[in-house]
Design a protein around this ligand. Structure first.
Ligand SMILES: *Cc1c(COP(=O)(O)O)cnc(C)c1O
Length: 416
């Protein structure tokens, strides 16, 4: 693998270094399962990092993909499926009137930020430590030391000058947010966050936090961007904004809305979206933007979700895992925090509640690694990093969830 691919992968987490295990090399998958090259089968609790809410190779989705491929796509021109997917998105999320499709979440985040800057004629972006908004320069930024609000470069190649245009605050800290708004309010173009972060592991916002973020954004005249790449159509048809009843100005989507194919999207009210080219001065374009295969797969998934919502069953399944893991850890005296909302969850090996990035980082990574390796040996795949979320799908039936939960209880017993 390493001869031709850097580090043997195309995205760093796939090395499995986070759990000190050789990487899984995948042959194929079906329903809730993945199979590796050696033919070992795993219950998959990653599900394409949350993209595959209906499970792998869902017949309606594969049929839609095959039809779009046979129809000679891509066209590099407009086709009706783009309107249909945009309509399904707008129908589910009342904050969205118009949509611009992109090829990745990264690109959609980048475009949303550019829109916020153009609409406000300001430059600074405020975000929260541990939230992920793709890998463009302005959001590949880490928090300064101590009380510093201006971000530091989070990757080689990101200029310090660009990093300083991003303010980075701890999540769930209303006082820090109010302070930053007082100090920098008139130069903040946008506030961007994952309304329920999944990329430091799952961290559920404190009651009232999102509402306060909304109020402050309005007060300082900043554009509020919810990055719902994970939570959109995961926490319900209306995403986190529906679940918490907080309306952002712009929503960034990805993952689920592409039905397992490459996609991203920015959505919002007509006025703001109309700032985008060709109607407005904010440039965005893409050879593969609105790709017919991604549109077809997305339409198949979103219409199925609307007709047969799996959310109650997903909730029950994730709750079962939550309960079994919590009980097993209690029995063995192993401190864990199961952070969960709907069908996204993370098991943190920590005695203290995990409410922000610092607390996630302070959890016991060694123990997490041992847990994940033990699960692999038992045929259950969870993310190979303590700072990612497990995702279930509609293909994770009660008996499969029971098998996964039992494996987790046994893995915890092994850690004691
Ligand atoms: C995955 C993800 C992205 C980036 O999407 P890509 O398609 O990987 O570029 C952005 N934001 C969040 C919250 C994500 O989970």
């Amino acid at each position: 693998m390493k001869d031709y691919l850097v580090g043997g992968v195309n995205s760093p987490v796939r090395t499995f270094r986070g759990i000190d295990h050789p990487p899984l090399i995948i042959r194929d998958g079906r329903g809730p399962y993945l199979r590796d090259l050696e033919g070992r089968r795993y219950i998959d609790c990653i599900m394409g990092w949350g993209s595959l809410i209906l499970g792998r190779a869902h017949p309606a989705v594969t049929a839609a993909i095959a039809r779009a491929a046979r129809a000679g796509s891509p066209y590099g021109l407009t086709a009706p499926a783009e309107v249909e997917l945009a309509r399904l998105v707008a129908q589910a999320m009342p904050s969205i009137e118009q949509v611009r499709f992109t090829v990745s979440g990264t690109e959609a985040d980048m475009t949303a930020i550019r829109l916020a800057r153009a609409a406000t004629k300001r430059t600074k972006i405020l975000t929260f430590e541990g939230c992920y908004h793709g890998h463009s320069d302005g959001v590949l930024v880490k928090r300064g030391s101590g009380l510093a609000t201006l971000g530091l470069s989070g990757s080689a190649g990101v200029p310090a000058l660009i990093a300083r245009e991003t303010l980075v605050l701890p999540l769930n800290d209303v006082a820090a947010l109010e302070q930053a708004c007082r100090e920098f309010g008139s130069s903040i173009a946008g506030i961007i966050l994952e309304p329920v972060p999944a990329n430091m592991g799952v961290v559920v916002p404190e009651p009232g936090f999102l509402r306060r973020v909304r109020q402050l954004a309005t007060q300082i005249g900043a554009v509020l961007i919810f990055d719902e790449v994970v939570t959109g159509f995961r926490l319900g048809l209306g995403g986190a904004q529906g679940r918490f009843g907080v309306r952002p100005d712009l929503t960034v989507l990805g993952k689920i809305i592409g039905g397992g194919c490459p996609i991203g999207a920015v959505g919002g009210a007509r006025g703001l979206m109309g700032q985008l080219a060709p109607e407005g001065p904010v440039y965005h374009a893409g050879t593969f933007a609105g790709h017919p295969i991604s549109m077809a797969a997305g339409i198949a998934v979103l219409s199925r979700l609307a007709q047969h919502p799996p959310y109650a069953a997903l909730e029950t399944a994730a709750q079962r895992i939550d309960e079994v893991v919590t009980a097993a850890a209690e029995r063995r005296g192993i401190p864990v925090q199961v952070n969960r909302l709907g069908s996204m969850l993370t098991v943190f090996f920590s005695a203290k509640p995990v409410k922000n990035f610092a607390a996630a980082q302070a959890s016991d990574r060694g123990r997490f690694g041992a847990f994940a390796r033990e699960l692999l040996a038992r045929g259950v795949l969870i993310p190979p990093s303590p700072f990612e979320a497990m995702f279930l799908s509609a293909a994770h039936t009660a008996s499969i969830v029971d098998r996964a939960a039992t494996a987790m209880a046994r893995a915890i017993a092994k850690l004691a």
